[in-house]
Structures are given as C-alpha cells and as structure tokens.
Write a protein that binds this ligand. Sequence first.
Ligand SMILES: Cc1cc2nc3c(=O)[nH]c(=O)nc-3n(C[C@H](O)[C@H](O)[C@H](O)COP(=O)(O)OP(=O)(O)OC[C@H]3O[C@@H](n4cnc5c(N)ncnc54)[C@H](O)[C@@H]3O)c2cc1C
Length: 405
Amino acid sequence: MNFDYSDKSIALQEKLKDFLETYVHPIEKEVELFHQNPENSWKRWPGMEALKQKAKNAGLWNVFLPSAYGELSPGLSNLEYAPLAEIMGRIIWSSEIFNCSPPDTGNMEVLAKYGNPDQQDKWLKPLLNGEIRSAFLMTEPDVASSDATNIETSIISDGNDYVINGRKWWSSGAMDPNCKIAIVMGKTNFDAPRHVQQSMVLVPMDTPGLKIERALSVFGYTDSPEGHAEIILDNVRVPKSNLLLGEGRGFEIAQGRLGPGRIHHCMRLIGMAQRSLEIMSKRTVQRKPFGRTLDTFSSIRQDIALSACEIEQTRLLVLSAADKMDKVGNKEAKDLIAMIKIVTPQMALRVIDRAIQILGGKGVGSDTPLAHFYAAARTLRLADGPDEVHMSQLGKSTINKYVKK
Ligand SMILES: Cc1cc2nc3c(=O)[nH]c(=O)nc-3n(C[C@H](O)[C@H](O)[C@H](O)COP(=O)(O)OP(=O)(O)OC[C@H]3O[C@@H](n4cnc5c(N)ncnc54)[C@H](O)[C@@H]3O)c2cc1C
C-alpha cells in the first residue's frame, strides 16, 4: 500500500486551500445565512456563478471525475481526489463551487459510464460545464427503500415511449431552480428475476406529470437551494431513447453509482470532523471554568486525543479504500467501501458531538458550523444505504471468507 499523494494532487490541494482561504472563508457565514433565511428558499446565492467561473479558471473543476475531459476535468484517481474532497468538506456548501457536489457527481459518473453519445451530449456536457444540476430518484415513501428491489415505480413501454408512475422522496437537489434532469429508477418488468426488474431513465424536470409535492427538511435545515423533494410521477412520458444502458440494468447502474458516491461522502465527513477538532482545540484556551483554561482539564484532553486518533484511523481507512478502488476496481473494493461507509459517519458524529460539548451553548447555535455538520453527518448513517445494510453485506462477505460452503 502506498498512500503518498501524487505531485498533481499536492499541487491541487495547495491551490484549493488558497482558493478557499481567499474567496470562500470570508463569505462562508454570509452564504449560510442567505440559505437559512426562509425568504431565500430555493433561490441560488447570487455570487455562486462567479465563484464557479473562478474555480474553472483555476483548474479546480470536476476534480472528482476519474476520467479526463479536456479542460473540464484533470482526471484524478480516487486517491488523488480524496484529500481535495476532505478540504471541500470543511465548508458544507463549497463542493458546488468546484462542480463536485452530490448528487451531480454520481449522476455525471453514470452518464459518463453508461450514457450513449446523444444522452451525453444533451445532459453530461451541461452538467460537466456546471450549467445545470440534477437529481437521482430512487427512494420511495411507500416501500423500505434500503432494499432497492422493493422500488415500485413503474416504467411501462408504450410504443416509442415509456410511461412512468410512482412517488419518490428524499430526491436531493430537485428543489434547485437549476435542476433540469432526474435519473429515475423504476421497474420495467415486475415478473423478471429480482435484480433485473429495474431500469433507469432520464426524465427532464419539466416533463408533464412530474410534480414536486413538497420539500423535506433535515432537523429543520432545508439545505436550500438544492433541498430534498417529495415528487409525484403521474403518467410521465419520455421517449425510449432516454433509457440508460438497457432494460433490466437499473440495479447494476445503482451499484456502479453508489461506490464512488460513498467514498466522496466519507472524504467530506473527514473534512467536517477535522475542522471540528480544530474548532474545539482553539476553544480550549479561550474558556476558563473553575479558574483554569479548558485545555488543562484531563477529560478535555482525552476528548481531543480520541478525536485526533479516530479521525486519523478513518482517514487511513478511506485512503485504503480509495487506493483499492483505483487498483482493482469498485467491485473488488466493496468490503472496504462498506467499512468506510459504516465507520466514517459514526466517527464524524462522535467528534462533532465532542466539539459541541466543549463549546458549550455556542456549539449548538449558528455561530459555528458544528450544528449543521452534526445534522449533515447524521443523515449519512441513512443516505446511500443505512449502516445496518452495509454491516449485513460486510458481515456476510467476511463470514464467507473464512467458511468453506
Ligand atoms: C438527507 C438525505 C438525502 C437523501 N438523498 C437521496 C437521493 O438523492 N436520492 C434517493 O433516491 N434517496 C435519497 N435518500 C434516501 C436514502 O438513501 C434512504 O433513506 C435510505 O436508503 C433508507 O431507505 P428508507 O428511508 O426507505 O429506510 P427503510 O428501508 O425503511 O429502512 C429503515 C431502517 O430499517 C433498518 N434496516 C434496513 N435494512 C436492514 C437490515 N438489513 N438489517 C437491519 N436493519 C435494517 C435500518 O435501521 C434502516 O434505517 C436520502 C436520504 C436522506 C436522509
């Protein structure tokens, strides 16, 4: 195992840190407050496009994408991208500046990997350019969606079209006025074997019959402008040319999509945890209960020491997963991907919780990013598969390694 960062990655890390320091840190609070103001719900912060252009000019664009796309992506490996995602994770809304935010990243990878040239021309190009945004519609309110084979949305063939009916929720990104395209997972054949009933189709957000029912919030955070929507698909008609890869291949695409997405979430979570550690460490020398500063209390030092240990342990595990994905592919790296998806959100929650505790009342308010970090990290014990599902798969795979059947 060699986790040394390449020169290319190191140079981009320095550039990214400088970019954030110069352009983003000074306005971090302003943007957070803009999005938390209900009057601005689903409005984009007016300075975002200018920042995106600056990032593009700086070569900090689409750095998540493993394939090179001319000027539009430097084509970094997962190992090279990992520290960059960690740096972006320090500011909850910053990934979009670099066109590296979910669900667009996963959707772009799907289109790059499984889209045909027409689909790529129509949807991948504007996504890579940051001109539009996208959503991924898999989860449904009426079925236990942690088991994707339960999905009930129907995608029925009708002449040259598919007609889609169903209800989706937790469709992240769908509230953004720039969200123009959704990848919808449903069933084209309810009678086929369990894992080949599903297909994925591209559905433009303005297709008649696609209706946003409501926006969902996470512990009160709307996550504007992207948001999380509940969506009704009522006789939504799209041409058959909008099908991705082929009928019955939806489950296969979902598996391919979620590997990189999971590792990106984990990298950003490490950035949140690392920043929380820095915030709590700085606070310890500023507060003086019972006659001495917090840094001199042994329980506080233990909290900080444990946090430092856990962040570094998890960081190394995530880098190991990234390295394995690069060397042997996402499928072979699936156990490591499951491990990081299980441990990273829980680690981040423990560290953020300690930081909140050390900051006292200030920790739960909106003067620091900690409360929002906590809400975001908590969702990642559910999103992209609940902990239990990953543990069940990892447990099964581990047993199989040691038991001859
Ligand atoms: C903030 C946020 C953003 C999201 N974004 C998207 C998105 O963009 N697109 C999208 O399609 N979905 C999205 N999701 C949905 C997310 O992926 C699902 O919530 C998740 O897969 C779980 O599905 P479910 O909610 O139907 O839970 P259920 O399937 O009802 O499961 C409920 C609970 O049952 C338990 N459980 C399930 N399986 C097992 C098992 N094998 N063993 C033991 N216990 C088990 C777990 O505790 C689980 O949390 C998002 C969710 C959140 C919170």
